[in-house]
Design a protein around this ligand. Structure first.
Ligand SMILES: [Zn+2]
Length: 288
């Protein structure tokens, strides 16, 4: 993944709050709908299937029973024990439109419903993907290797400490590791570390339980606030809500994308550096 010195636009953008916001808005528009047709203008979106025909074959004629999310994956439970998985990648967004609505540029997948509406997956950079999996395929997929969901099932301090025990990698890298805790990306990891006053470089296994408790509380606060704002739409506006609105959390970011600007807590200049291949931004005075 490219680093993004200076800021915005190159991180896999939809993180947990953006995917969850999308899920909540989509839920009433797709649950109990039956897929009547599938179009795949962007074949790359099916690259997780060995046979690209599996997705349309499995979707057509099937009813969506529920929506769900784990980490950054949006899931739709289908009748017949199949799971429709969508990963928004770096720039993907989902929208529900009338099936005969004018084409949206960069549409990679569209599923039409029996009521004349359609779910459209729009993804200019094509890092996103979609699959319809059997329970066996889910069990063999990255979904099965995810750590606890940062919002729905966050670890307690003891559980978190066990996951980090003996790990010398910087805490920032492990917050981004979806097998440790699922859902955080570069934005919310930087924001949580700043609120918890922990340096992103600190070896993860050497953080006290007291400070891990502060970090878990900071993760919860950041995710709750971001959800309340509808997520973060950065300057590039790659992420938008399904109804076209922007997420408002960008105005509340304290460190992400602010390298070289003053810390809002102590006015020290915020630092940016690459940690584990990704840009971290932090306050060298507040965060130890
Ligand atoms: Zn500071």
């Amino acid at each position: 993944m490219p680093s993004n010195v200076g800021g915005c636009g190159k991180d896999p953008m939809p993180e947990l709050p953006e995917v969850e916001t999308t899920r909540r808005l989509l839920d009433p528009l797709v649950v109990a709908r039956t897929v009547t047709g599938v179009e795949v203008p962007g074949r790359r979106v099916l690259r997780r299937h060995e046979r690209p025909t599996d997705l349309p074959d499995r979707l057509e004629g099937r009813r969506i029973e529920r929506t769900d999310r784990v980490g950054k994956f949006l899931l739709m439970g289908l009748e017949g024990d199949l799971t429709w998985v969508i990963h928004l990648g770096m720039s993907g967004r989902l929208t529900v439109v009338a099936h005969d609505a004018p084409e949206t540029p960069h549409t990679t997948l569209e599923a039409a419903f029996e009521d004349g509406s359609a779910l459209r997956f729009v993804d200019p950079r094509t890092f996103g993907w979609s699959a319809v999996w059997t329970p066996q395929e889910v069990a063999a997929s990255p979904l099965a290797r995810l750590g606890p969901d940062a919002l729905e099932a966050p670890p307690d301090v003891e559980g978190f400490a066990r996951r980090l025990e003996g790990r010398r990698a910087p805490i920032k890298s492990l917050l981004l590791d979806q097998t440790v805790i699922a859902g955080l990306g570069n934005i919310y990891a930087d924001e949580a570390l700043h609120r918890a006053r922990i340096s992103p470089r600190r070896p993860a296994g050497r953080i006290s339980r007291r400070r891990l408790g502060l970090l878990l509380a900071a993760i919860e606060d950041v995710l709750d606030a971001a959800l309340a704002a509808g997520g973060t739409s950065l300057d590039d506006m790659a992420y938008l809500l399904p109804d076209g609105r922007a997420g408002d959390y960008m105005t509340e970011l304290r460190v992400y994308g602010r390298g070289g600007e003053p810390c809002l807590g102590c006015h020290q200049t915020l630092r940016s550096a690459t940690i584990g291949g990704r840009t971290a931004t932090w306050c060298p005075r507040c965060q130890r």
